[in-house]
Design a protein around this ligand. Sequence first.
Ligand SMILES: NC(=O)c1ccc[n+]([C@@H]2O[C@H](COP(=O)([O-])OP(=O)(O)OC[C@H]3O[C@@H](n4cnc5c(N)ncnc54)[C@H](O)[C@@H]3O)[C@@H](O)[C@H]2O)c1
Length: 356
Amino acid sequence: MAVYLVTGAAGFIGANYVHRLLEWEPSDAEVIAVDYLGFAGNHANLAPVSERIVFEKADIADLETMRAIYRRYRPDFVVNFAAESHNDRAILEPSAFMRSNALGAQVMAECSRRVPVRSHVHVSTIEVYGELAPGNEWFTEGSALNAKTPYSAAKAAGDQIVRAYMRTYPDLNIRMTHCANNYGPYQLPEKLIPLAVTNLLRGRKVPVYGDGSHSRDWLHVADHCAAVHRVLHADLEPIPARAATEPELLPIFDISARCEVGNLDMASRVITMLDLDPSEWIEHIPDRPNHDRRYLISPEKIESELGWRPVHDFDAGMAETVAWYVEHREWWEQIIEERGELGFDWAGVRAAGSAP
Ligand SMILES: NC(=O)c1ccc[n+]([C@@H]2O[C@H](COP(=O)([O-])OP(=O)(O)OC[C@H]3O[C@@H](n4cnc5c(N)ncnc54)[C@H](O)[C@@H]3O)[C@@H](O)[C@H]2O)c1
């Protein structure tokens, strides 16, 4: 029996990972799910597996609490998904993002140093590389970190800390992933796809920032979870000395299905899937400040070194995702009831005088 400590387990990707882990290793995984149930944390995401896991409500940035959890459960494997992840909220409340995404990353690495584990994956994001310049093909593990927003800057700070731990404590066995944008079940209806479906099902239009020409690199959440699991269990060579100046030689893996879709196109797809006419159901709203225009990341390293490939076809994965939100109305109605409407209105924020 291997003990898995999964943080951010009540969020979108963490919950999907816990569900899958129990499918992949039905009798071999003891799962300790950690989450502090912040704005995006939703205990209901773990309801289907609640009898099979231990849940610990805890803040990953609290060293003493996390050390006690490590000592109590002695994890073999650690996956740190916990982060404050919503770009709009980061503009209004950056401090919480710095605590979870930077200090939290350090505390988790430090706990794995003091109470050694077999391997530890720090989950990061394509957004630490910043915005892809026109004419550039994609980011790779060797690209410079160039975060632009409070969310991505906090994640990039976490990345730098984890890189320092990789280089300073080579026996630690800490790895890192950067993933493209995920779609799939259990995503908070603040993000484009679930926001679009839940609005349309209530007769509301789909808000699209600015002209909608921003584009994202999309991957099914199940493919992301499989990639993280593969990185966690990979038998990697020791870090070479050359990694001091060549970050692509560190145990860092970029994850993507090479699937670039514009935001306007994405909104139109969801509307069409619900048999509605995009020309009637899109509402262009003021853009968020400092909005990254474009991301695309190359999965060449994880494909060639670890043999990972995405298995979800984009059209089929999107149809399945939209159907999930249609079929799980109670799940998202509960969220909206507890938190209020989740779409962001930057014109309203500015008018209220609380804009940055
Ligand atoms: N969603 C994406 O498209 C995407 C893409 C690439 C990478 N990522 C990364 O994957 C991870 C998970 O993202 P997500 O979309 O599931 O986010 P999410 O916001 O849905 O979930 C994050 C979870 O972490 C918890 N959390 C935050 N700070 C915490 C703390 N200090 N202690 C304990 N729990 C804490 C929250 O309560 C929440 O349940 C993040 O690290 C994010 O940067 C996300």
